[in-house]
Ligand binder design. Structure first.
Ligand code: UDX
Length: 447
């Protein structure tokens, strides 16, 4: 705690969405602001709620009546997000009104961009509403580029040469843009959701200035408000695991027995799904590469299966000596482990930040949303990973060897280790992320 006059400080109300990749950085931000002395309330959907016992006892939790189906039962992701916002809005307004009536005069609201109703309610009640975007900064200009193309009547995959660079948006290719493969209905709903956002009082990004300087400037130029780059939050305020999946920590003792930088870790985060054919190609490519691996296969990752039953016959037995499969790994610990030499990832933003922070080179296999943009930066701009263009066993074998064995992998490792050091500097006193955080604290205090 840094100030004894804390009771006079504004209360910070953070709204988190039910998605693991959004909730984790939002709760990390809450922990960071709590350590600075603010009192914290977390508004959350009843679906996938955070666990209060993982947080300081003085956190207040504000459950929102959401009446939602499970995410996977919804007709589409943008429809799900729309329903989430419509359903949560009334109870959020009730909570805020009550907090104000109880004498909490100055409240600053920080909201996950997926929970955009929060900004609207806050503005209605005359409160400051700070937007927290949990994706990369580069994703935002990419989204705007996609919207502009749509306005020009170019929508379908067939309208583009997917490998071409988007004019004025170097280094992005059409194929990297978000929602390039969405249906027209999904895209319309995305844009409708986006248009419902209130104008924020400021923007917080879980990124680092040196990494995304240009994209941060574009965000500033769009919103004309202060933009605070306070990441990577998992390093700024290290906190215990707060996710709802059960971590299999046994894999750490397995890693302890492996040689340095010898294991490729594979995980596609909390939302991506693959089909049986992709699973088969991945397994056979891994088998042919002859490299050690730790594979997080989330139940639900492979459509139409409970867990591992669709793996090729004999795969588990044949790779038993050099491979381990778990349901959910303690990813940050895994990436920090000396035995891990590569990360085959879907390039969710948290995964990219964690990989860079621990100096691990990547194989990029993006699926949707911001992942194509992130993969492009990892492979083409930062040159700390390779993009898997074809999910085919021979290609996978080559990729794994290029990253784990070849000189090319070693050169990327040198670059990513340089970035790891820059991340350390950014989060130290007077580093850019610490300065941004101080700026954010002062901004909140100005209310
Ligand atoms: C989602 C989006 O898909 C992503 O593109 C966006 O940037 C954030 O929201 P998700 O797909 O889950 O997130 O990916 P990611 O952002 O990488 O977050 C996954 C988190 O789960 C990471 O913090 C990672 O450490 C954790 N994880 C994943 C584990 O702890 N164990 C695992 O086995 C897999």
């Amino acid at each position: 705690m840094e100030d004894h006059g804390r009771t006079r400080w504004p209360m910070v109300v953070l709204t988190t969405s039910p998605f693991h990749g959004h909730m984790t950085p939002t709760l990390q931000l809450a922990t960071t602001l709590h350590a600075k002395g603010f009192s914290i309330a977390i508004a959350h959907s009843k679906l996938n709620p955070p666990n209060p016992s993982n947080h300081p006892s003085d956190f207040t939790f504000l459950p929102l009546s959401d009446n939602l189906p499970a995410i996977e039962d919804s007709s589409s992701f943008p429809n799900f997000v729309n329903t989430l916002n419509n359903n949560c809005k009334p109870s959020f307004k009730e909570h805020l009104t009550r907090l104000i009536s109880e004498g909490n005069k100055s409240i600053v609201v920080i909201y996950d961009n997926v929970m955009f109703f929060t900004g609207v309610v806050a503005v209605d009640l005359n409160l400051a509403a700070v937007l927290f975007r949990t994706s990369s900064a580069a994703f935002f200009p990419a989204f705007l580029a996609r919207r502009q193309l749509r306005q020009q009547g170019r929508f379908l995959e067939e309208d583009f040469v997917m490998q071409d660079i988007v004019p004025n948006h170097h280094p992005l290719r059409y194929k990297d843009l978000p929602f390039c493969k969405s249906s027209i209905e999904d895209w319309k709903q995305h844009v409708a959701n986006f248009n419902l956002q209130a104008h924020p009082s400021a923007v917080i990004m879980n990124t680092i200035k040196f990494l995304e300087h240009e994209s941060l400037t574009r965000i500033h130029d769009h919103f004309h408000v202060l933009v605070f780059a306070v990441g990577p939050l998992h390093i700024v305020t290290p906190s215990p695991y707060i996710g709802s999946y059960q971590e299999d920590t046994g894999c750490i003792s397995w890693l302890d027995k492996q040689p340095p930088k010898s294991v490729v870790y594979i995980s596609f985060g909390s939302l991506a799904t693959i089909d049986a054919k992709v699973l088969t190609e991945m397994a056979l490519g891994l088998a042919k590469s002859n490299q050690r691996f730790l594979w997080a296969v989330r139940p639900g990752l492979v459509g139409g299966s409970e867990w591992l039953e669709l793996l090729p016959d004999g795969f588990v037995e044949e790779t038993r000596e050099r491979g381990l499969i778990v349901k959910w790994a303690p990813q940050k610990e895994v990436l920090a482990h000396f035995a891990v030499g590569g990360f085959w990832s879907h390039c969710g933003w948290n995964s990219c930040l964690e990989s860079i922070s621990w100096g691990v080179v990547m194989i990029c296999q993006p699926f949707s949303v911001d992942q194509g943009v992130n993969a492009r930066y990892v492979s083409y701009v930062w040159k700390i990973g390779l993009e898997l263009e074809r999910v085919e066993r021979g290609e996978i074998e080559r990729m794994v060897k290029r990253v784990m064995v070849d000189d090319e992998g070693e050169q990327m490792r040198v670059r990513v280790n340089g970035m790891k050091e820059m991340v350390k500097e950014a989060v130290e006193n007077r580093g850019s992320s610490q300065e941004s955080l101080e700026g954010l604290v002062n901004f909140i205090l100005s209310y």
